[in-house]
Design a protein around this ligand. Structure first.
Ligand SMILES: Nc1ncnc2c1ncn2[C@@H]1O[C@H](COP(=O)(O)OP(=O)(O)OP(=O)(O)O)[C@@H](O)[C@H]1O
Length: 377
């Protein structure tokens, strides 16, 4: 790349070092960092993710690349754009020896590096079960269901302890596209629509949940972490990932090879379906036009592709105020409290308690039917 070197498509000065997977644009390292941050900022602004100055917001921090990049980017953006938000790192210790104990050490360092308070909540103290013990009992198949249900509630409970009602997670575009594919293949349209939203309020929680990295490709997250030399933990969970998600991931990777914009195309399809699930489902080819590279080469012109304006989520204040209307319009759920643990639940007994009861009760492997593999964290 000496004589024929490609110049950065944004600054037109430096040598291009990055080919952006979402649009093929060739840019230099410093423009990449700036564009990545600007796109996350745009997702935040367009979706009104931080409507209230002075709010304390929890970042679900696993020590992995996504949540570490999320924490680092948010610290930068909060200082640059003055959101006036206080971030707290919230980590769930699932009790997985050789995996989570190590990654929590990373989160502890991150808390110092980013000057954020850290709160760690363990499955052991909440449920009396670590994932190591769960796997000992139920085996590796299906253990992700327990982990997904427990983690979702554990994050809620941790946030509640901190008097926080808004949790951010590091789900990226690839995670969301996988979940959209899984729900599509299962024919689960209501869940499909919900999983593609940037902000959600669920029938079983008074928490808001947001995914500011929703439009960020996994590859760019890794690159961002690399260029900023972020301290993150990169080992996969020692228990095998949910099989169907693995299939969806392979399918997505194959599609991405043929058509790099597939990841965002699928995310966008999920967004379309959430608006259309009450009527006939239409996917227009016109939609994909928005995925062409945008901008005339100026940083200020670059917008996250596929970002649409959403109205801010209204957060219910009390359990009684939450009449949940599922996207399929099939039934209305109201929140009460779990008869076992007293934590909020749309059922007489919450899912976590049903699972704990079955673990405590039987010696036989426990049959589970919850969709705990839905990246419900
Ligand atoms: N143990 C945990 N404690 C707190 N938050 C968690 C935990 N596990 C997952 N999360 C949150 O859920 C998001 C998605 O988690 P997932 O298990 O899919 O991991 P991932 O895609 O590898 O993300 P990461 O790289 O942040 O670990 C994470 O980015 C994080 O915000």
């Amino acid at each position: 790349m000496t004589n024929n070197m490609h110049r950065c498509a944004v600054c037109q000065t430096n040598r291009a070092q990055v080919i952006r997977p979402k649009n093929g644009q060739k840019i230099c390292k410093s423009c990449f960092l700036e564009v990545f941050e600007l796109e996350v900022h745009t997702t935040i602004v367009e979706n009104n993710i931080f409507p209230t100055r002075g709010e304390r917001v929890a970042i679900g921090a696993s020590g992995g690349k996504d949540s570490t990049v999320l924490a680092a980017t948010l610290k930068t953006l909060n200082e640059r754009y003055d959101y006036g938000v206080e971030f707290v790192l919230l980590s769930i210790d699932e009790g997985i020896h050789g995996y989570r104990d190590d990654s929590l050490e990373t989160v502890k360092r991150n808390a110092i590096q980013y000057e954020m308070e850290l709160c760690i909540v363990g499955y052991d103290s909440l449920y009396g079960w670590t994932m190591d013990k769960v796997v000992e009992k139920v085996g590796r198949k299906g253990n992700c269901t327990y982990c997904g249900v427990f983690r979702r509630q554990a994050l809620d409970r941790g946030a509640k302890q901190l008097n926080i009602s808004h949790i951010l997670t590091g789900h990226n575009a690839d995670d969301i596209a996988e979940t959209v594919l899984m729900n599509f293949l299962r024919g689960d349209l209501p869940r499909l629509g919900r999983c593609a939203e940037v902000m959600t309020a669920s029938p079983t929680s008074t928490m808001r949940r947001s995914k500011p990295l929703k439009y960020a490709y996994e590859k760019e997250i890794v690159l961002y972490a690399h260029y900023r030399e972020l301290d993150y933990f990169s080992t996969e969970c020692v228990y095998s990932p949910e099989a169907f998600r693995g299939n969806a991931r392979s399918l997505l990777k194959e599609l991405e090879k043929i058509r790099p914009s597939s990841v965002l195309d699928i995310v966008r399809s999920g967004e379309q379906l959430v608006h259309d699930t009450t009527g006939p489902i239409r996917l227009s080819c016109e939609e994909t036009k928005d995925l062409r590279p945008v901008g005339s080469g100026q940083i200020g012109d670059i917008r996250p592709m596929g970002v649409k304006r959403h109205s801010p989520v209204t957060v219910p204040q009390t359990a009684q105020e939450i009449p949940h209307q599922p996207a399929d319009g099939s039934r209305v759920q109201a929140i009460g409290v779990c008869g076992k643990c007293g934590y909020m639940s749309s059922q007489p007994i919450c899912k976590a308690c049903v699972l704990v009861e079955s673990l405590n009760r039987s010696n036989a492997p426990v049959e589970v039917s919850f969709a705990g593999d839905q990246a419900l964290h």
